[in-house]
Write a protein that binds this ligand. Structure first.
Ligand code: GLP
Length: 244
């Protein structure tokens, strides 16, 4: 595992976008695994800028997203599909039909989950997966639990995740309690993984990724079993990791 400590959020976003650019420029047909949340927004802004300056071409790129809330459709401003359209897809030269986000409105969620995994395999797998991390160590919506699920699946969100994500909603009661998420096994199949973490609240969870111990109580610790993971953290998180 490689740790990159950067000065601040802006530098994290630039470094992450540069890494994605390198993958895309090497393989214009690359499959990008994308994440939502506040963390990757700066990276997406950098990618939009690069696209405007003709430094990166998304015309042949395909993307797969990690997760989606159950019950929220693409027109719902809180859905992850809406988030991706607003924060990236609407501003770059990607074909919408080449962007995949699990369908939170699917009638048969199990079928949707199975098809999503099949789709990723059919595309040839993810070349680079971007990840944020929850303060409890969740990646995508794989929450701390006694056992983790490998493939895409329906999951119950923990109280702490519902509380953390309520900042995007009018009230905590509006936060969906369930989501469809790529499983840890599917994430681990990605050829490369880039995890971004900034802010003190992430430090404890990130520190455990470097502990040498793997526990389902912190799903991100699984990443230690992957051979190509880069973790980018801001200075504050970097110091907290080193001093503990
Ligand atoms: C959500 C998403 C995760 C994301 C996490 C952290 O729960 N499902 O993919 O990593 O939030 O979000 P933020 O980047 O806003 O801290």
């Amino acid at each position: 595992m490689k740790l990159i400590v950067v000065e601040n959020y802006e530098e994290m976003s630039r470094v992450a976008a540069d890494k994605i650019k390198a993958v895309v420029n090497e393989n214009p047909n690359a499959i990008l695994g994308l994440a939502t949340g506040s963390t990757p927004v700066g990276t997406y802004k950098e990618l939009i800028e690069m696209n405007k300056n003709n430094e990166i071409d998304f015309s042949q790129i395909k993307t797969v997203n990690l997760d989606e809330y159950i019950g929220l459709g693409e027109k719902d401003p809180q859905s992850y599909r809406y988030f991706m359209n607003e924060n990236l897809f609407n501003h770059i030269n990607i074909k919408k039909e080449n962007t995949f986000v699990p369908n939170g409105l699917a009638k048969d969620i199990e079928e949707e989950a199975k098809n999503y995994d099949m789709k990723i395999d059919e595309l040839g797998g993810i070349d680079i997966q971007i990840l944020g991390i929850g303060s409890n160590g969740h990646i995508a919506f794989n929450e701390p639990a006694d056992a983790l699920t490998s493939g895409t699946h329906l999951t119950q969100l923990t109280e702490s995740t519902i509380a953390a994500n309520s900042r995007f909603f009018n009230s905590i009661d509006e936060v969906p309690k369930t989501a469809l998420t790529m499983g840890v096994g599917q994430i681990m199949k990605s050829k490369r993984i880039l995890l971004l973490a900034n802010g003190d609240s992430k430090a404890d969870a990130v520190k455990e990724i470097f502990s040498g111990k793997i526990t389902s109580k912190n799903p991100a610790t699984m990443l230690q079993m992957h051979k190509d993971v880069t973790v980018i953290v801001d200075k504050k998180v970097g110091e907290l990791i080193k001093n503990n």
